[in-house]
Design a protein around this ligand. Sequence first.
Ligand SMILES: [Zn+2]
Length: 285
Amino acid sequence: MVNTSSRVLMTGSNQITQRYGNGHGGVDLVKKTNQLDSITAHSDGTVVWCQSGIPNDTGSSGNRSYGNAVKIRHANGYYTLYAHMDSVVVKNGQSVKAGQKIGYMGNTGNSYGAHLHFEVRNAADTRVNPEPYLNDDLPGNSTDKVTGYTGDLTYRAYTGKAWQPKVINCGDGADGYAGIFGLPIEGLQIDAEHCDVFYRVHVQGGDWLPEIKNSGTGADGYAGIYGRTIDGIQIRTNQGYVDCRVHLVGDKDYLDWVRFGATYQDGPDGYAGIFGRAIDGVQMK
Ligand SMILES: [Zn+2]
């Protein structure tokens, strides 16, 4: 066991019981006494995913294996993830400060005894070794404003004759995408936290519609035409990039992520979707 101080347990001191690597995507931490510790946000950020109500379920896989868990997106684009919590005290979309309590250590999901499974992921959502950051800033975090970071993306879709709830970034599960699987999307709105976002959609059997800047009210405040199915999405920003992927009616999986930068690109890789196929789910980050 490795003793270390920590920014993610309220006591500030803990021991590593399982290190990163060999198929383990995070570090496991326990407190030195039997008392369950409070878990704290590593750095300022926004909760982009959380789940609760999961019991201990050894052998479970996928998101359920995390038990009650929180994922936070930070200013540099990095993420931290906290799993197996007894309970969660923050909500999806909530802003949190470094050191703020987000839940309590627990034994939920695929867990064999109370501990915190802590992950650090880079801006591409790829896991990295969290150990260097247990008591230190994430890369670039101290500067707060990292060039090119668009901030949180907020978006919603019009489908089933109504605007569906707003989604902040993407997550897993029903709250993690805009749309309703099985229903073609007919309208789209997008906002970015730190910059302007421009976007346009392609309608089935038609052409690209006029570009929209951010979301607004009225007919000009969204991309699409009510009653017409969207089969292509293009995005550009005046800072950084936006990753977007779509789900098509009748498909099992999402199409691949498409990265959008400062300009629209031509060709099949330059938009999210497949012309002629109805989009029924959108994710962005
Ligand atoms: Zn673990």
